[in-house]
Design a protein around this ligand. Structure first.
Ligand SMILES: [Zn+2]
Length: 205
């Protein structure tokens, strides 16, 4: 059994119809086709935990597959009936789940715009990081995120990466101040991805 030992430098797996071989797959019914003229050029980073602040459970996977028991926790009542998804979910242990083919349109961004283009779901890949807006993320999460981004860069013509907070300002605050954007600038595989303008400005100071 050949098992990889160098997670970032070895090959980043392969893609089949928008599904990444290195992720655990669990299909979400919450997706649709991308518009025919859409060019998948953006990666959107999020943070999520269910219930908020509780890590390691199945809540997020259940939410994305419409399997969450709305009565299992008081918080779930506030999101009852919500139908959402993201392409990827990276747990705090660094496990990568995939729910929607990258070739399809997942439902993660909501009302949003990036560089003047609305409806980011049309032309983006959504990655949820298990976490909270005001928490930090784990070392293995960053390692898995780097591998995932490298694989996405191999298969899609990504030009930009942004947080949900940047494409839906005033409405969303994730992944939040605990996310270290400066790390992305040092990942060779995505060196051509543009960070949000706000961050480029703050990096200069
Ligand atoms: Zn979000």
């Amino acid at each position: 059994m050949a098992k990889r030992t160098e997670p970032v430098t070895e090959s980043d797996g392969c893609w089949s119809e928008g599904w990444w071989s290195e992720a655990r797959h669990e299909s979400s019914p919450n997706f649709g086709p991308r518009p025919l003229d859409a060019c998948t050029e953006l990666v959107v980073l999020h943070s999520i935990s269910l219930p908020p602040g509780e890590y390691g459970g199945d809540g997020v996977r259940q939410l994305f597959t419409n399997a969450l028991d709305w009565d299992a926790h008081p918080y779930f009542q506030t999101i009852r009936g919500m139908q959402v998804s993201s392409h990827f979910f990276v747990t705090r242990a660094g496990v990568v789940w995939q729910f929607v083919s990258g070739n399809d349109r997942a439902w993660h961004a909501g009302t949003s715009s990036h560089r003047g283009k609305v409806n980011c779901n049309d032309y983006s890949i959504g990655i949820e990081l298990e976490g909270m807006d005001d928490d930090r993320f784990t070392e293995v999460q960053y390692q898995s995120l780097e591998r995932l981004c490298a694989a996405i860069a191999q298969n899609y013509g990504i030009r930009y990466v942004a947080g949900h907070e940047h494409i839906a300002p005033g409405r969303k605050t994730d992944p939040g101040p605990g996310f270290e954007w400066s790390r992305l600038a040092h990942w060779p595989a995505i060196s051509n991805w543009e960070l949000p303008a706000e961050l480029q400005e703050s990096d200069k100071s």
